[in-house]
Design a binder for this molecule. Structure first.
Ligand SMILES: [Zn+2]
Length: 123
């Protein structure tokens, strides 16, 4: 199994997962075979809340397909202390530090995690 397979299997089930080191317990994303903190090869998959805050964002335009609508790429600081790059939906721009939550969308035949502004009801 590739290092990323568990992540996409989680996404298929509607779960956002990260690797948790089996020795020092630190979380990491994107998936890596070895813990950057302690070099351990042991890890387990940890479910994440899917809640976080916007660390930064850019509007990405496809250079060879100028007619395609630009997408907003967000860097999200997840509650668990790791960062994830994803697409933002439901807004073309967002405040730095604004709360966001994960949603799973079928795009081009694959399920992908996306983030949208959090509805605010839960936090
Ligand atoms: Zn470790």
């Amino acid at each position: 199994m590739s290092d990323e397979a568990f992540f996409w299997e989680g996404v298929d089930r509607g779960q956002l997962l990260a690797q948790k080191c089996g020795d020092c317990g630190s979380l990491r994303h994107p998936p890596l075979p070895m813990c950057p903190a302690c070099q351990s090869l042991n890890w387990t998959a940890q479910a994440l809340s899917g809640h976080g805050r916007v660390h930064g964002w850019i509007v990405s335009k496809h250079p060879s397909r100028p007619d395609e609508s630009p997408r907003t790429v967000v860097l999200v600081d997840l509650e668990e202390g790791i960062r994830m790059v994803s697409n933002l939906e439901g807004a073309s721009h967002i405040e730095i530090g604004a709360p966001v939550e994960v949603v799973f969308r079928e795009i081009g035949g694959a399920t992908l995690p996306q983030f949208r502004p959090a509805t605010g009801a839960s936090r």
